[in-house]
Design a protein around this ligand. Structure first.
Ligand SMILES: [Ca+2]
Ligand SMILES: [Ca+2]
Ligand SMILES: [Ca+2]
Ligand SMILES: [Ca+2]
Length: 166
């Protein structure tokens, strides 16, 4: 069941009795017929918090274990109708190669969300996957939602002007 590289073996015929060996060594090839697994990534949401950072942990999952190392690139991007801003709302991750060792089926990618005390919309970012080797990307993006937890700033009291009457 494991997806593997094709394997070769040698067969050596030795010491025949009452026969002649015409070709003493044959090389056979076992062609692997197990399909490569697929990669997907989940959607994650976190409360923003007010100080420091909050960890947004995405889980990348293989549909099945592989006998081969599986690699995939991931990177973050501002994404969605209310987009989080890289560098302000979270720490951007540049394109990075992640490797599933043979047999591994899940890996975690952490994104640091910057807490703040500014009232905002709930904002989103994407964790994007590309360029997989020995696997097929089933789900190219995980959505990360940062739930804002800050109240609307108290409105500056507006002086109620005395209506001027004429
Ligand atoms: Ca906050
Ligand atoms: Ca923001
Ligand atoms: Ca924010
Ligand atoms: Ca906020």
């Amino acid at each position: 069941m494991l997806d593997e590289a094709n394997e070769t073996y040698s067969l050596v015929l030795a010491s025949p009795v009452n026969s002649t060996v015409l070709k003493s060594k044959g090389v056979g090839t076992i062609t692997d017929d197990d399909s490569a697994p697929t990669i997907s990534v989940n959607d994650v949401s976190v409360e923003e918090g007010n100080t420091g950072t909050v960890n947004m942990a995405f889980t990348l999952t293989l549909s099945g274990a592989s006998g081969l190392p599986v690699t995939v690139k991931y990177f973050t991007g501002n994404f969605g109708t209310a987009r989080a801003t890289a560098g302000t709302d979270y720490v951007a991750l540049p394109a990075t190669t992640l490797t599933f060792a043979p047999g591994e089926t899940s890996k975690v990618v952490n994104v640091a969300v910057n807490s703040d005390m500014v009232h905002e919309s709930d904002e989103t970012l994407g964790l994007f996957l590309s360029m997989a080797a020995n696997a097929t990307i089933l789900d190219t993006m995980g959505t990360g939602t940062i739930f804002d937890d800050d109240p609307i700033a108290a409105a500056t009291p507006v002086a109620v002007g005395s209506a001027q009457s004429t």
